[in-house]
Each structure stands twice: as C-alpha cells, then as structure tokens.
Write a protein that binds this ligand. Structure first.
Ligand SMILES: [Zn+2]
Length: 197
C-alpha cells in the first residue's frame, strides 16, 4: 500500500494546486530538492509593461507565450523563462502557474533565514503592481486568504519580499507594500516577517 499523500483530507489542495486559484500551467518549473522544507513565502510585484495593469502579458510571460516584439520594454526580458506559483491581479483575482509541490522560478540568486537558493523551498507570489506604488485592498485580501491556506498545508515560518532575499539586486514589492497590513490580516508573529526599520 502506498503512503498517504500529505494533502489527503485537505479539501483546499490537490497535488500542490490550491482549489480556489484559477490554474494556468507554466512549463517553467522543476523538482524541489529531496526533503525540502517549504517554509518561506516570497512576495514580488510585476506588471508588463511596467506600471500597466489588467492585461494578459504576465500570464503570457509565465507560459512562454509573450510576444517579445509587442512592446519595446519586452526586449529587456526577451527569452526569459520565469514563473511564480501565484499571481494576484489588481482586483484580487488569483492565478496559479506551478504546483507548490514543485520549484517555481521567481527568486533567482537569493538568501534568507540562513539558506541560499530560495526557489528550492519557497512559495512565490507575484502581486500585479510596480515597485514604489501601492497595492489594492483586494490584493491584500487575496494574499491573506491564500497565505493562510499555504501555511495550513506547508510548514511556513517566514514571509519576505524579493527585495529582502536579493538585496541590491531586486527592489520588489517595494516601499508601497504595506507589511503591517499583511501581518494584521494574517495574524502571524513579528518573527515571521522581515525586520522593519
Ligand atoms: Zn521579484
């Protein structure tokens, strides 16, 4: 008899896919290292072109279907193969591109809680937005709901921004992201969050 899968009896998850997200499969993922403890949520911001909201370009980027010639900015990211587990649009709509049991490609060279290569053992969540701009209440609500669901299913102990795990290289989600609001909504202790200045 095969072992019971970890999500048995958890109606929110199936094979690392969250039930209430709109599933869009990305080819950009790989296996996590054996025994990886998925204890970190990494928050990002993204919009394509930067600062333009509501389009289909992020979904296209994460599924390797973006038309690189459609906008001059896309030349800077031409050929890039990236993904995140989740994407939260400005209206709070939640998309999932990679099973959380798999390794998505969102963090790059990174380090947090004493470990390198955060893609190995984190869940990446992209918020539709731009570094320095604020985010919508509906995005915080969606983030709090999916964050709680992730922490119910995986041993989450830390939440950090891309700017924290790759300082000097990345600045998202940026100063417009309200960490205090997210912490209040999740009701998680200070120790799980980046130190605030
Ligand atoms: Zn990022």
């Amino acid at each position: 008899m095969s072992p019971t899968p970890p999500e048995a009896g958890d109606p929110l998850w199936r094979g690392g896919w969250y039930r209430f997200a709109h599933r869009v499969d990305s080819p950009n993922f790989g296996s996590r290292p054996a025994g990886a403890a998925i204890d970190l949520i990494v928050l990002h911001s993204i919009s394509l072109p930067p600062g333009v909201y509501g389009g289909d370009e992020v979904r296209a980027l994460f599924t390797n279907t973006l038309d690189w010639d459609a906008h001059p900015y896309f030349q800077q990211i031409r050929g890039m193969q990236v993904s995140a587990h989740f994407f939260i649009r400005r209206d709070g709509a939640l998309l999932q591109f990679v099973s959380c049991d798999q390794r998505a490609w969102h963090a790059g060279k990174s380090s947090w809680r004493g470990r390198e290569n955060c893609n190995d053992d984190s869940v990446g969540i992209e918020l539709e937005g731009l570094e320095g701009e604020t985010f919508e209440p509906a995005q915080y609500e969606a983030l709090a709901v999916v964050g709680a669901a992730i922490a119910q299913h995986y041993p989450i102990r830390h939440v950090a921004g891309h700017e924290h795990i790759a300082p000097g290289r990345k600045i998202d989600p940026g100063a417009g992201f309200d960490w205090a609001l997210l912490q209040r909504e999740l009701a998680w202790p200070d120790a799980m969050f980046p130190p605030r200045a």
